[in-house]
Design a protein. Structure first.
Length: 302
């Protein structure tokens, strides 16, 4: 483990599936929250550095960035023959990372924060670890299901989904960097993505778990921060994802994002200008932290 400065610690997990960076507020509260941030498909964790720094500062806690397996600094690359899908990420990587973070920051509430696909994977991972989480935060996240896109775009989305599914099935790996969508990914991960994009349901290849039922059984506070007129995560897609979390207490909030950017860019550019998203997260988290502190005090007095 190498420390670059007092606020950042870099380390790789045991199988080098992901690289993690921790942003620690300079004077964190003893019970300050910990946010484990999961990126969008094909996006390196380093892209979210301004967001993580701002969130740690505003919440007086800790923000953790992690590359998804096969992305960013991860060495499990599809073009090198790595084979994995959603199951390895949601049943192994995210729970393992969160357990390590919990051990490093004992007693602190932990929130999963997922952007786009990161929000979907975080939701699926919560099925394995909900009792250890304080909440789930989704940013510009919804299912990939093309049928819940706006009608004007639905036919194009359907064609794109079929094209992605075909390319991923025919080639040794999906060359997303070349095609401009999703980054390079293994065939099995894209098969999982394609299943959701085609049906709206989640099924992780290699797992016997019924994730639709598992999502329904999760009991957590959930915040959904949505970008108005986001064509990558339209309102219908977010609604479909949230509907699967039927046992959760859900709060939805909308922001404008970086209005100077084209609509599709706003799906990503909020992470570089994160004040709106950070403000919504902090406003949602603070009442929960006060309740937790009161409950802890009551238990201590009793």
């Amino acid at each position: 483990m190498t420390i670059f400065d007092p606020s950042r610690t870099w380390f790789a997990d045991d199988d080098q599936a992901a690289l993690v960076v921790i942003f620690n507020h300079s004077r964190p509260h003893a019970r300050g929250p910990v946010f484990v941030c999961l990126p969008a498909m094909g996006v390196a964790a380093s892209f979210y550095t301004p967001f993580a720094e701002a969130l740690a500062q505003a919440a007086k806690g800790v923000a953790v960035l992690t590359d998804l397996r096969g992305q960013g600094q991860s060495e499990a690359l599809a073009r090198r023959g790595a084979r994995f899908g959603y199951q390895e990420i949601v049943a192994q990587d995210i729970p393992s990372l969160t357990a390590s973070i919990a051990a490093q920051f004992p007693g602190r509430p932990i929130y999963l924060v997922g952007h786009s696909l990161g929000g979907q994977l975080g939701s699926l991972a919560a099925a394995h670890m909900a009792p250890g989480l304080a909440g789930l935060i989704l940013v510009a996240s919804g299912t990939a299901h093309y049928r819940v896109w706006p009608k004007a775009l639905r036919w194009r989305a359907g064609i794109a989904v079929r094209a992605v599914r075909t390319v991923a099935a025919l080639l040794p790996w999906y060359p997303g960097r070349l095609l401009g969508f999703g980054g390079d990914q293994p065939r099995r991960l894209m098969a999982d993505w394609s299943y959701n994009a085609s049906t709206g349901r989640y099924r992780c290849a290699g797992s016997r778990i019924d994730y639709e039922e598992a999502l329904n059984d999760i009991v957590l506070p959930v915040l959904s921060v949505e970008i108005r007129a986001d064509p990558v995560a339209p309102t219908g897609a977010t609604t479909e994802l949230l509907a699967k979390l039927a046992s959760c207490a859900i709060e939805r909030r909308q922001i404008d994002g970086v209005t100077a950017d084209a609509p599709w860019r706003r799906h990503f550019s909020w992470a570089r200008s994160p004040d709106e998203v950070v403000a919504e997260i902090v406003a949602w988290v603070r009442p929960q932290l006060r309740r937790v502190n009161v409950e802890c005090l009551e238990r201590a007095v009793a």
